[in-house]
Design a binder for this molecule. Structure first.
Ligand SMILES: [Mg+2]
Length: 256
């Protein structure tokens, strides 16, 4: 076992750490802001082309629906947290607020999302790694701590991210969107811990969303850490046992 230190203070003896990816290890906000802008632009163009009337207020209402605030993304907002299908339903609802029927709104939202997906056909480049994350991961690995990713990205998306940042050799396992049940089901944590051959109470879980942290508590994770450093507007994480603002604040003492 190794002792995790937060700003030099011991916070738990652990054998493994489960990491969320997006917004925790991966700086996701720039990519999501770009996606939001592309979807809004496509929605405005579709509205003008199909309704023949100016899209008054459409940009403002869609921005709010996606969780855009003064050029930043709300870390608990629809685009940051929810799945594509949930964002599509929100967009259809916005079209209804603009005067569409539900079938019309849904059809417009589907065209809008599909148009943007077609423009982004080439495989997206992995997002940047958070500052100081690489040295922290190497330190944990060197201290004998097993590392795993638990994410709702695809297995390929997780692998591409780790390969791109030369981190694959540090990680023992991952739990992706293809592994069932997906997070935030606490069983996802149990299955991943079983793959690692570790008890949940001897693991830490680090994530940037309340859903991750609630899942960790329900699964009996020993050390539940909220990471707040990945967003312009830091997420509010009341269920975090410990709050981490920078990867440089996390350290390890091996075999206490
Ligand atoms: Mg996340």
């Amino acid at each position: 076992m190794a002792q995790l230190l937060l700003k030099g203070h011991p916070i738990g003896a652990i054998d493994g750490v489960l990491f969320d990816k997006d917004g925790t290890l991966s700086l996701s906000e720039p990519h999501l802001l770009n996606l939001a802008e592309q979807r809004i632009k496509a929605a405005l163009e579709l509205w003008s082309a199909t309704r023949g009337t100016p899209a008054k207020d459409l940009r403002r209402i869609l921005s709010r629906a996606f969780g855009l605030e003064n050029g930043a993304l709300h870390p608990g907002g629809t685009l940051a947290v929810a799945a594509r299908q949930d964002n599509l339903t929100s967009t259809a609802t916005v079209f209804c607020l603009m005067g569409c029927s539900w079938p019309e709104g849904l059809a417009l939202a589907e065209r809008c999302f599909n148009d943007v997906d077609q423009q982004r056909t080439e495989r997206p480049k992995p997002s940047p790694l958070m500052e100081d994350a690489a040295s922290m991961l190497r330190k944990l690995h060197a201290g004998g701590v097993q590392l795993a990713v638990i994410s709702n990205d695809t297995r390929q998306g997780i692998q591409d991210f780790l390969d791109h940042h030369s981190l694959s050799n540090l990680f023992s396992s991952c739990w992706s969107a293809e592994d069932l049940p997906r997070k935030p089901d606490p069983q996802a944590v149990h299955h991943l811990c079983r793959r690692l051959n570790l008890a949940p109470e001897h693991c830490a879980l680090i994530g940037d969303a309340e859903t991750d942290l609630t899942m960790a508590h329900q699964a009996g994770i020993g050390c539940v850490i909220g990471y707040r450093g990945g967003w312009t507007l830091p997420p509010v994480l009341p269920t975090a046992a410990h709050q981490l603002n920078s990867w440089g604040d996390l350290d390890l003492v091996a075999n206490p």
